[in-house]
Design a protein around this ligand. Structure first.
Ligand code: TRP
Ligand code: SF4
Length: 400
């Protein structure tokens, strides 16, 4: 009923690196030409962990936007915006918070994990507990159907779905809904109306998902329906409620995972990262000094790619013949590690060349980035306000 839409965000807590590129950005870039996409800088989410030192946030926001544009996010295809510039995210977060059980938030796995891992920070705050609920508001406010995220975020998407379902159940009641829905069924015309009723029964009595899908497809095709009737009929299929918020799906990033230089997760704080727009000479130096299989002390010692982080880079960057050359050459001590690293260096530099080029215009003229974001903020805000109008009305806060 609502159009397919993709929403995702990133927290501006430092500069972007190649791990982010391969783990998330590449996927965004692919999606932007397939579906309408909204990508935003989650500056409020950054505050949940950096509330005591927010100074990095503003700079990181602009740097991150340049990184996105450099990587190939195209502002003529995707909408780019800053979360806090669409304050309705906060309004929806507040309204959702009223009916969200504390237990739902406490049992999100990232909650306890992060409190333990970031033990140098006091995360026993109201804002941090609400992190996934703010994230739910970010997505639900656009009635997004898909959210590209890493697998660590899947429980957050699960919770969003529960939040949307609960919201629709609590507030989707409409006076005389049943009667209005049945009137709308009649407007489908006798043949379609009959089919609709059959499919609805099949779904509700036997839980047949195909019946639900088929009925939805039929409604999509039914041109003569008004928006309101269409919404009712969608809701009537699944129960007796209007669907105000949409349950989104997680869209997992195809796994091409680039670890850090030392084989651990790439992260600026581990000092094992290559920045998205790292200087060429620095890329060379970092890869040349990157650790290899510790068993290869001398050039004549045979090695094992499975114990070497350089091999993981080859898995991301090299074609099959090169990979074969690495495995054979390493195991037989036929190639040296410096030799082995060269194709990786070349591939990274090649990958980054267009990024440096694209970034240059934005570095020369930062007002371009400001303008792109100002446009994006407007587009996002308009969509957010449409949803909020329905949300306020459903919750009895329309005051008309
Ligand atoms: N929590 C996400 C992360 O850490 C960032 C984020 C905030 C987000 N709001 C979102 C991602 C909405 C997807 C959708 O990566
Ligand atoms: Fe690693 Fe390549 Fe050296 Fe083998 S030859 S240890 S894969 S860098």
């Amino acid at each position: 009923m609502y159009p397919d839409r993709v929403v995702s965000g990133m927290r501006p807590t430092g500069s972007m690196h190649l791990g982010h590129y391969h783990g998330a950005l590449k996927n965004w870039i692919k999606l932007q030409s397939e579906l309408p996409c909204l990508f935003f800088v989650a500056d409020w989410h950054a505050l949940t962990t950096h509330y005591d030192d927010p100074s990095v946030i503003e700079r990181s926001t602009w740097d991150m936007l340049v990184d996105w544009l450099a990587a190939g996010i195209d502002p003529s295809q995707a909408t780019l915006f800053i979360q806090s510039r669409v304050p309705e995210h906060a309004e929806l977060h507040l309204l959702l918070s009223m009916a969200t059980p504390l237990g739902w938030l406490e049992r999100v796995p990232t909650y306890k994990d992060q409190i333990e891992n970031l033990s140098n920070k006091d995360l026993a705050t109201y804002g941090f507990l609400g992190y996934p609920l703010l994230q739910a508001a970010d997505v639900l406010i656009y009635r997004a159907s898909q959210v590209p995220v890493g697998d660590d975020q899947v429980p957050h998407i699960e919770m969003m779905r529960e939040i949307a379902r609960r919201f629709n159940h609590m507030y989707g009641k409409e006076k005389g809904f049943e009667e209005k829905a049945q009137e709308a069924v009649k407007k489908l015309g006798s043949k379609r109306a009959k089919l609709y009723n059959e499919l609805r029964t099949e779904y509700q009595q036997d839980g047949k998902d195909e019946a639900l899908e088929q009925a939805k497809a039929m409604l999509d095709d039914a041109q003569s329906l008004s928006m309101g009737d269409r919404e009712r009929l969608f809701g009537y299929l699944e129960g007796s409620r209007k669907l105000i918020l949409v349950e989104p799906q997680a869209r997992l990033t195809a796994a091409s995972r680039l670890p850090g230089l030392d084989g651990r997760k790439m992260s600026k704080s581990y000092g094992n990262a290559i920045a998205l727009r790292e200087e060429k000479s620095s890329v060379e130096k970092k890869i040349r000094t990157m650790p290899t299989d510790p068993a290869r002390v001398r050039r004549t010692d045979a090695g094992d790619p499975a114990r070497c982080p350089v091999w993981q880079f080859h898995q991301v960057y090299s074609d099959a013949p090169t990979q074969e050359w690495v495995v054979k050459g390493c195991q037989s001590a036929g190639i040296g590690c410096i030799e082995c690293k060269q194709p990786v260096i070349d591939a990274i530099i090649k990958e980054q060349e267009p990024m440096h080029e694209r970034a240059q215009q934005y570095l020369d003229d930062p007002s371009l980035v400001r303008a792109i974001v100002a446009d994006g903020n407007d587009v996002a805000r308009k969509l957010a306000l449409e949803t909020m109008r329905d949300v306020r009305e459903a919750m009895g806060l329309a005051y008309t």
